[in-house]
Write a protein that binds this ligand. Structure first.
Ligand code: NAD
Length: 403
């Protein structure tokens, strides 16, 4: 695994270019993702000898626990962060002694196939990590149905995740799900409003908003709502939407014509109030501008559903309790941000918001060494960090008699 991780880092530029060509992610982000994938594999290589069992005091002997591999695990990833999502699953699956069969999304298979080659070249034995490409219904569903596959680790949409969970129930198959999100970015009046507004676009428009952690609901304390919007406008217009192969591109096009239709249906289709927009280049590409909309209420479709594109909704709130209530008024609970200078409030709101990954005065809540996963319909189980290993093992308890 160490050699595999080193090889990914050595090939980070190649993997980055491949990812950008395949899915349109800006080259800076895709190269960052490839290097981050190497870090993930290194982290789990280092975790192998730290996932220890325990001895438990009992009468008449010794009691000990072992964390045993599940066997064959099926790993299914989405198209929005192919190489990174692959590493999140491959790392803990192999570190705990399983063999893995991985299926990337059918429209973005290239970097995962390359990872499979690099694993073989690094000395991971043939059959320990297999990459199989194809559609979800054909290849992915086989993982659900086949009795030799003992667990499915899935990242993708909530709708497909529910089907997989129901399918796995038939064999009581282990399942972890990383699903959709509609995360809140809560801005209190006492925060550094300039910084909150300047960074808000990057909390939602990263990867053209095709990010499960996108902070796509901005909640602003009523007293600073107008000021926040006036600061947000130049920040949104300053997002560098470019050919993703250009080094300074901050946002590229959407992945497909279909995705652009979906995104557009939330704005043009529903005739929502567009406050302002960023600029996109002309020419080919499924461009959609960074867009800020003002819903009429928390019942609007654009406020409630995951758009998975560069669209952010802004609503005011009255006080701390209202902010928490509005943030939690969602079937999702993946991520979110809280902007305040009040330490007590930061802690109270962090504890009050029902989401798995929060950041205070920042939009950075994902690290390979810390657990990642969703509350409510954003998922089940945790990836990354020390918690990930438990999801790929069974605990066996053995009593060893003194007699
Ligand atoms: P998707 O659910 O359409 O597809 C995800 C994967 O599942 C693909 O590989 C697909 O081929 C496969 N699949 C589809 N139908 C299947 C079936 N019946 N059986 C088995 N596998 C099947 O999702 P997508 O459009 O590729 O990705 C976007 C979604 O992923 C968004 O909702 C996003 O929020 C979510 N996502 C979540 C996280 C997270 O960590 N929580 C991360 C990235 C993306």
């Amino acid at each position: 695994m160490r050699r595999f991780a080193d090889s990914i880092a050595d090939h980070a530029d190649e993997l980055g270019r491949l990812e950008t060509a395949n899915m349109g992610m800006p080259i800076g982000s895709s190269t960052w993702c490839a290097n981050a994938a190497a870090d993930v594999i290194h982290y789990f290589a280092g975790a192998i000898d730290k996932h220890t069992g325990s001895t438990i005091p009992v009468a008449g002997g010794v009691d000990m626990t072992f964390h045993e591999p599940l066997g064959v695990v099926g790993l299914i990833t989405p198209w929005n962060f192919p190489v990174l999502m692959a590493s999140w699953k491959i790392g803990p699956a192999l570190a705990t002694g399983n063999t893995a069969v991985m299926k990337p999304a059918e429209i973005t298979p290239l970097t995962t196939m390359r990872l499979g080659e690099l694993a073989l070249e690094a000395g991971i034995p043939e059959g320990v990590l297999s990459v199989v490409v194809g559609t979800g219904n054909e290849v992915g569903w086989r993982f659900v149905e086949h009795p030799d596959v003992r667990k499915v680790a899935f990242t993708g949409s909530t709708a497909v995740g529910k089907r997989i969970m129901a399918g796995c129930a038939d064999q009581v198959k282990r399942v972890t799900l990383e699903l959709g999100g509609k995360s809140a970015n809560i801005v209190f009046a006492d925060s550094d409003i300039e910084k909150a507004a300047a960074t808000a676009p990057y909390g939602v428009f990263d990867n053209a908003g095709q990010d499960c952690c996108a902070r796509s609901r901005i909640l602003v304390e009523a007293g600073v709502y107008d000021r926040f919007l006036s600061l947000l406008e130049p920040a949104v217009q300053g997002v560098k939407v470019r050919n993703p192969a250009e080094d300074d591109a901050e946002m590229g096009p959407l992945i497909s014509a279909k995705q652009r239709e979906v995104v557009s249906s939330y704005v043009e289709g529903d005739g929502v109030d567009v406050a302002f927009r960023g600029v996109v280049p002309g020419g080919s590409g499924f461009w959609y501008p960074p867009t800020v909309v003002l819903p009429t209420s928390t019942q609007d479709r654009v406020w409630r559903e995951e758009v998975f594109g560069p669209v952010v909704s802004v609503l005011p709130f009255t006080d701390e309790a209202d902010a928490i209530a509005k943030a939690n008024d969602s079937e999702y609970g993946l991520s979110g941000s809280i902007w305040t200078r009040d330490l007590g409030r930061a802690l109270r709101v962090s504890r009050g918001v029902e989401a798995g990954n929060l950041s205070v005065n920042s939009h950075s809540s994902v690290r390979y060494s810390t657990p990642f996963g969703g509350f409510k319909q954003s998922g089940i189980g945790r990836e990354l960090g020390p918690d990930a290993l438990a999801a790929f093992t069974e605990t066996k308890n053995v009593f060893y008699s003194h007699d």
